[in-house]
Design a protein around this ligand. Structure first.
Ligand code: CP
Length: 316
């Protein structure tokens, strides 16, 4: 695998999930694979899980790890070509990416959507500039529209917990006070659509995801109907794609509650975290045995390790 930016980079998703499970069972089986190789983890945005799990994953593979909060610790980066750099941006991405590529064998990048220009966000400029100019493989640690490390984790968690071959999975929008990117929801939909699971997306009107991510999933604006007989409830807030980046009024009643979970087939509750208690989900759900969010977050290590292992194998 040359890069790990989207599932288009992965030829066999089911096999990659299997490899993540194997690494969970035997974390140090490939502890020499990354010897004398360096991964740089670049964060334009905050992170707890992605930062720590990717660092641990790379360490398990024997790699050296450099972590940088690019936005606060580096020079402000110009992303556009052909501009006169007479503002506050001291360095162009062309040089910055190429220089980081001199120090690192693999570069992981986190750069969220800015949510003020849909076309720009969906062009994935930051990820594409790194892919173009770094000269080394790029791992997506959550970009404007995708979070593949999270989605691989989610498929591993579902694989571990499913009790039927073809579980019913519901991705449900949940309320939030801030405008959040669509990346986690997009990516979850994109990856689940590559399985044969029964998949429904429930969201209020005005919150439909981009058609290329919805794919063949069923879409409903009736949350209770979606929850009926579900085996997995995956909750996530996202801001509107249609009214781009907006938080539309209302919809507080989309919070995940014990009453809604009672409609399901004893469903497991999933969320990528961080999650706001009492807003996105009721404490009673998050603290219940149905909640698998900690197992899910733990699995971030094995998903990242499987992805980085594939990239290292291609590097040789
Ligand atoms: N789920 C996730 O990506 O968590 P962090 O934002 O803390 O990395």
């Amino acid at each position: 695998m040359k890069h790990f930016i989207s599932p288009a980079d992965v030829t066999d998703i089911a096999q990659l999930v299997k490899e993540a499970a194997q690494l969970k069972a035997n974390p140090y089986a490939f502890s020499d694979l990354g010897k004398n190789k360096t991964i740089g983890l670049l964060f334009f945005n905050s992170s707890l899980r992605t930062r720590l799990s990717t660092q641990k994953a790379a360490t398990n593979l024997g790699m050296n790890v450099i972590v940088m909060n690019v936005d606060s610790d580096g020079w402000q980066l110009e992303m556009n070509d052909g501009v006169i750099m007479d503002g506050n941006k001291a360095e162009h991405i062309k040089e910055a990416a190429a220089v980081i590529g001199q120090y690192c064998d693999i570069i992981g990048v986190r750069a969220f959507a800015k949510l003020n220009n849909r076309k720009k966000d969906y062009q994935e400029m930051v990820m594409e500039k790194f892919r173009t100019y770094a000269g080394v493989p790029i791992v997506n640690l959550e970009s404007a529209t995708r979070h593949p490390c999270q989605s691989l984790t989610d498929l591993l968690t579902i694989q571990e917990l499913k009790t039927v071959e073809r579980p019913k999975i519901v991705l449900t929008w949940a309320p939030h006070v801030k405008a959040l990117p669509q990346a986690v929801a997009n990516s979850f939909a994109e990856w689940v659509n590559l399985t044969d699971y029964d998949f429904t997306i429930a969201n209020p009107e005005g919150y439909n995801l981009a058609p290329e991510f919805v794919g063949n999933a069923k879409v409903t604006h009736n949350q209770n109907e979606a929850f009926a007989n579900a085996d997995f409830i995956y909750a996530k807030n996202w801001s509107s794609y249609e009214h781009y980046g907006e938080v539309l009024p209302g919809n507080k009643d989309w919070q995940i509650t014990p009453e809604k979970m009672a409609l399901t087939n004893n469903a497991k509750f999933m969320h990528c975290l961080p999650v706001r208690r009492g807003l996105v989900v009721a404490d009673e759900v998050l603290d219940s045995l149905a909640s698998v969010v900690i197992q899910q977050a733990g699995n971030r290590v094995w998903a990242a390790q499987a992805a980085i292992k594939r990239v290292l194998e291609e590097l040789g």
